[in-house]
Design a protein around this ligand. Structure first.
Ligand SMILES: Nc1ncnc2c1ncn2[C@@H]1O[C@H](COP(=O)(O)OP(=O)(O)O)[C@@H](O)[C@H]1O
Ligand SMILES: [Mg+2]
Length: 258
């Protein structure tokens, strides 16, 4: 058994083609999503194989994994474009599940957000995908999946992939270069004009929701969130909200004009 890095410590293990992750109160909902993706031939996502006491058993997704700072294959336009196409594929394929799901009858880690258009991954970032050479061929870590409009996932993904980040470890490129990458993501996803117009505001709202969630979890005694706040992660999101707010008009202009 090998411990997998890139997420929580001492929690995620691999044994050959199988991955063990801790079961959570919302896991049975996520298993429905993973089973649906398998039936819809979204082979890039892990397959749900079963549960074992307090762990879920998923298939191992092949490929190289990365984290910030974005260097090498993960920083290429090929990676960005293939990520956007995969997000589109996941969204499109979840619409039919959502149509027959009673959203409020299931538990979710993140609150469902209306209008329910698709099931968002919730954390579709460079550290939750797998690459073969420069192409994104897999995605994992579906715990944060929840029903929401497409723009809600697009906002957090583009924030992470452009990336509109100011932290010295996480930042990449100038604001203009980030806008070019954000536009490429929108183009590859097939974002509508309205989604492009709304994107900068949606990024701010999505980050504000994340900050509220982190504060509320830490307030409930969730130690990993308290630790995240202590490490400065919440402050980093607040700094990024300020950065995106300052550049809002410029981002909107770059996304909406060809
Ligand atoms: N099904 C999977 N296939 C391949 N690698 C995985 C899979 N699940 C997790 N991993 C690896 O383990 C790391 C941590 O898992 P992840 O599900 O992202 O945990 P966390 O929820 O703590 O972020 C990931 O970054 C990835 O490298
Ligand atoms: Mg992860």
């Amino acid at each position: 058994m090998e411990e997998l890095s890139g997420g929580r410590e001492s929690a995620i293990y691999r044994d050959g083609e199988v991955v063990y992750r801790p079961l959570q109160p919302w896991s049975s909902t996520i298993h429905l999503v993973l089973k649906h993706l398998e039936q819809a031939n979204v082979d890039e996502s892990p397959k749900f194989l079963g549960v074992n006491q307090d762990q879920e058993i998923l298939s191992f997704v092949e490929g190289n994994t990365y984290n910030y700072p974005l260097i090498g294959a993960i920083a290429t336009n090929t990676a960005l474009m293939s990520a956007a196409k995969l997000l589109r594929k996941i969204h499109d394929s979840t619409a039919s599940l959502l149509a027959r799901l009673d959203v409020n009858a299931h538990r979710w880690m993140l609150d469902p957000r209306e209008p329910f258009e698709v099931i968002c991954h919730g954390d579709f970032t460079p550290y939750n995908v797998a690459l073969l050479e420069d192409t994104v061929v897999g995605v994992f870590d579906f715990d944060t999946a929840h029903p929401a409009p497409r723009i809600w996932d697009l906002a957090y993904s583009i924030y992470s992939w452009a990336p509109f980040k100011t932290d010295s470890n996480d930042k990449l490129g100038t604001i203009s270069e980030q806008e070019v990458r954000a536009k490429l993501f929108c183009d590859s996803y097939g974002a509508t004009e309205l989604e492009r117009e709304q994107l900068a505001d949606a990024m701010i709202q999505r980050l504000q929701a994340l900050v509220s969630f982190m504060r509320s979890e830490a307030g409930k005694g969730n130690e990993s969130f308290a630790e995240n706040i202590e490490k400065g992660h919440l402050q980093a999101y607040l700094n990024d909200i300020k950065y995106i707010t300052e550049n809002k008009q410029k981002i909107r202009y770059a996304l909406c004009n060809t």
